[in-house]
Write a protein that binds this ligand. Structure first.
Ligand code: FAD
Length: 435
């Protein structure tokens, strides 16, 4: 049995800690805030409750696998239901596309219906091309700690390719709306498609094939269930305890330094931005964190337009409206995220795009990107793509310091709940069961 200290109690840290405890290790989790969950959790005020960050997830198999491997099956713990449509896209020519998830045929029909005959065919042909990419990356990148030593030629070719998402979409589509559709996820996550490798488009394939899923009542429940799982697995959880550095002796980690003393460790899982720990910072000095979006949680009273869970208003700024928060009777909990040039108040910008609720806003909580990074002690959206080299500049599952591993949004395979969940599975795979 090894003594393992996990730094960070976001989804990455929680999932790593539960998996490692189930493998028989003695696990301690350190969280800087008083609350676990990181970006996964709620914002609450005056009877309104919003998901603070994630409100849905692609690839529910990652969550199911986590529950199976750490104790009880997901069905016994949490309700996962599909989101349909996954998003409503509104373009500046007034086209509205309700994009279904989990079905190629439904996407073909919806895109054809909204963007004109032939558009559905062009969209599905584009997504079909990722079937092989998915198979290759699943085996060598998502489900196995990526290393130049064992990676297949095909996977290496994909990961090394100079082709960017922007270039691929410029070649693939004449219709700007299809380009916006295909690049939306990357842009919403804060990246410039000119710096994003083309293979990242594989998430369109994942959404088409496996759909998007949520937890009724809020994705934040997942953090509560995970915290409970740590209790059952006997993980020692210390909140209000920021790690300040790693203690390294003879090139091997021996402890985690915190503001209240050292925690001895045989292994350490870093599930935070490694730039925040001086011992690791020099290994990631060429990376930059993604800046979170401008965010506004709204409590809205009275009649509102009937909208799906997520509406994307393309333009500059691009506004993403999420409608699924819980609210008192007759009211609604909405969240607005803004990306791009934000020259005016998001509610005003929303009104200009045809959704007028300004007079009905009862509660309003505004968060700047700086507020969010300060609250979450880092960016939950991980490392900014700066070209294909970013993969080499960020750290993978195994760090250069013996005994130190990485999980969470800042390591491989990346940000977003599916990738972060996979990063925890990779850490557990590398450390393995207690001997
Ligand atoms: C606005 C927004 C919307 C999003 N929407 C979605 C979505 O709908 N679907 C989706 O899949 N993904 C979404 N994401 C991305 C997803 O939420 C994140 O990628 C994921 O939650 C990151 O988990 P994490 O554990 O890596 O990091 P975090 O959630 O950032 O957790 C890190 C934790 O570590 C703690 N910590 C930091 N430094 C220290 C330290 N020195 N010592 C101890 N503890 C420390 C922090 O306090 C925090 O609790 C969204 C992100 C944002 C910001």
């Amino acid at each position: 049995m090894a003594r393992i200290v996990v730094i960070g109690g976001g989804f990455g840290g929680l999932a790593s800690a539960a998996r490692l405890a189930k493998l028989g290790h003695e696990v301690t989790l350190l969280e800087a805030n008083t609350r676990l969950g990181g970006a996964l959790g709620y914002v609450e005020q005056d009877g309104f409750r919003w998901d603070a960050g994630p409100s849905s997830t692609l690839l529910p198999a990652v969550i199911r696998d986590f529950f199976r491997k750490s104790g009880r099956p997901a069905e016994k713990e949490i309700d996962l239901v599909p989101v349909q449509p996954v998003q409503q896209h509104r373009f500046d020519d007034d086209t509205v596309l309700d994009m279904p998830g989990g079905s190629r045929a439904d996407q073909l029909a919806a895109v054809d219906g909204a963007l004109g005959p032939g558009a559905g065919e062009r969209w599905t042909r584009y997504v079909d091309d990722f079937a092989e990419v998915w198979e290759v990356l699943r085996k060598d990148f998502f489900e196995r700690p990526w290393s130049p030593d064992h990676v297949s030629k095909q996977a290496q070719g994909l990961l090394d390719s100079r082709l960017t998402l922007h270039k691929m979409l410029a070649k693939e589509f004449k219709d700007d709306r299809l380009r916006l559709l295909a690049s939306h996820a990357a842009r919403f996550e804060g990246h410039d498609p000119r710096n994003v490798p083309a293979w990242v488009g594989v998430w369109s394939y994942v959404e088409q094939n496996f759909g998007s899923w949520t937890v009724p009542g809020g994705m934040g429940q997942l953090a509560e269930v995970l915290a409970e799982r740590l209790r059952t697995r006997g993980v020692t959880v210390i909140t209000g305890c920021p790690a300040t550095d790693l203690v390294v002796e003879n090139e091997r980690v021996v402890a985690v330094r915190t503001t209240s003393g050292d925690h001895p460790a045989d292994h350490v899982v870093v599930a935070i931005d490694p730039r925040r720990l001086p011992a690791l910072a020099k290994h990631v000095e060429r990376t930059m964190p993604v800046i979170p979006p401008v965010t506004c949680y709204l409590g809205v009273s009275g009649e509102v337009p009937d909208l799906p869970a997520e509406v994307v208003l393309h333009g500059d700024p691009t506004i993403v409206l999420r409608t699924g928060g819980t609210a008192p009777d007759g009211a609604h909990a909405w969240t607005l995220f803004g990306r791009g040039q934000i020259a005016e108040d998001l509610v005003t910008a929303l009104a200009r795009r045809g959704i007028r609720i300004r007079e009905q806003v009862e509660v309003r909580i505004e968060k700047s990107p700086v507020d969010l990074v300060t609250e979450w002690n880092g960016s939950p959206q991980g490392v900014l793509w700066q070209g294909r080299g970013t993969l080499k500049h960020r750290l993978g599952t195994v760090s250069p310091i013996a005994g130190v591993y990485l999980a969470g949004a800042h390591t491989t395979p990346g940000a977003g709940l599916p990738s972060v969940g996979m990063s925890a599975a990779l850490v557990a795979q590398v450390i393995g069961p207690a001997g």
